[in-house]
Write a protein that binds this ligand. Structure first.
Ligand code: ZN
Length: 426
């Protein structure tokens, strides 16, 4: 049995009002056995959590584990290890692998490998179209049958409206299934590398207009109205997109949305030296966009913070800004980045645990810390100061490298087992 002693614990009764109570949490097997004041007699392991937040493990619904096919960047083992170091107990693996995860056999292989590694729950997202080519729908019902709930061609939008419509009709018929859209009208982004604005003009770099994101979301909302499919907008970056989502939610459409930690932390002024560790899609936008994203997270228009953890090897990023691949890693720094922005324990757990678990239908995740619940737990120390330098991830393309962060997961428990412990602290 493991005892987490004296932390500020988020339990069922305290979630809604944002409070916390200092309690002990006893774990027996893969479940929470007691919450309150616990006698330590039979305990094999005691973790001092005083001053720390103790809540349900974080859930990342946007992770690129790069396996199969791109394992020099990351694989399921290294990505799972990075996840637990960041306090995550579940990730949703994106299907833009090689081959893409567009058929049952590959879903089963990835899920099996995730189980073998055993550090986090690896849920697998399935491609909406065969080969992620946007032309022929994949076997949506077959994928659903083997457990897939998240369907996405992430990395690309599904451009063809008729194809997306037919996919969404099928997804609407499957309880819990959801479309995740990477909103990017590529006709507007072919020559772009950063947000189109005064910075891109000054740096003479091709621009990626906010309209490229908004245009796709605008079209998709019509499809949601027509089909009733559940729809999740990935990595929202632009103020205009937030406005579209706000209206769609007010209308009662089944819409959710995510923002990445880096879009909360940075704006396009971070690109002054054209550091390729700040190159991603969608790009970092203006300070006004960033302010609107923060407000939208605060008022619930944006439901989730998701990392879009996108590892690339050092040699791939060590090139010109124009040639470097898009994407940054995020699992290990996400909680600190969110904490810096929200400073509200309840909102942090809503955005990093409860809401993502609910959107991706992960029933064992995002649960209150209460007797009988699965022991998927993070102990987060909001006082811990650190400067990311080396990473557990196989890649190190992080915009947070060398930056002072405050807040860090000290301990991660998955299915009752300690899968991460910050050395020298917990
Ligand atoms: Zn994407």
């Amino acid at each position: 049995m493991i005892l987490i002693r004296g932390g500020r614990v988020f339990s069922d009764s305290t979630f809604s009002r944002g409070g916390f109570e200092v309690k002990d949490v006893l774990i027996d097997g893969d479940r929470i056995a007691a919450v309150g004041s616990v006698d330590t007699d039979e305990v094999s392991e005691v973790v001092d959590a005083s001053g720390c937040l103790v809540g349900p493990g974080f859930v990342d619904i946007h992770t690129h584990l790069r396996e199969p096919g791109h394992t020099w960047k990351e694989d399921i083992a290294s990505g799972s290890a990075a996840a637990v170091a960041g306090g995550f107990t579940a990730v949703v693996a994106m299907p833009n692998t090689d081959p893409p995860i567009d058929e049952v056999k590959i879903v089963e292989e990835v899920a099996l490998r995730g189980d073998e590694v055993g550090l986090v729950e690896v849920a697998v997202a399935g491609a909406m179209t065969q080969g992620r080519a946007g032309v022929v729908p994949s076997d949506i019902e077959g994928l659903y049958e083997c457990g897939v709930r998240v369907f996405t061609d992430d990395g690309d939008s599904v451009d063809d409206t008729d194809v997306l419509h037919s996919v969404m009709v099928r997804i609407a018929a499957l309880p819990g299934a959801v479309v995740f859209q990477h909103a990017e009208d590529v006709s507007m982004t072919v020559d772009g590398h950063m947000h189109e604005g005064s910075m891109s003009v000054r740096l003479d770099v091709g621009g990626l207009p906010a309209e490229a994101e908004m245009e796709v979301v605008r079209r998709d909302l019509d499809l949601v109205r027509e089909t009733g499919a559940r729809y999740h907008c990935q990595h929202v970056s632009a103020a205009g997109t937030v406005e579209l989502i706000r209206h769609a939610k007010a209308e009662g459409l089944p819409i959710t949305a995510e923002v990445t930690p880096h879009h909360l932390s940075f704006d396009d002024t971070a690109l002054a030296d054209l550091d390729t560790n700040f190159k991603m899609y969608p790009p970092l936008r203006s300070s006004d966009d960033r302010r609107v994203l923060r407000e939208a997270l605060d008022d619930g228009t944006i439901d989730v913070v998701a990392t879009d953890h996108a590892p690339h090897a050092p040699e791939e990023k060590a090139t010109s800004f124009g040639e470097a691949p898009r994407g940054v890693i995020g699992l290990e720094t996400a909680a600190a980045a969110v904490w810096e922005v929200v400073k509200d324990p309840a909102l942090m757990f809503q955005a990093l645990s409860l809401n993502p678990a609910s959107i991706a239908c992960l029933g064992e995740q995002g649960r209150p810390i209460a007797v009988g619940e699965p022991a998927n737990i993070v102990v987060f120390d909001p006082r811990h100061e650190w400067t990311p330098d080396r990473f557990v991830s196989r890649s190190s393309n992080s915009p947070y490298k060398g930056r002072l962060l405050r807040g860090r997961p000290l301990l991660t428990v998955h299915r009752g087992r300690i899968v991460h412990r910050l050395r020298g602290v917990a």
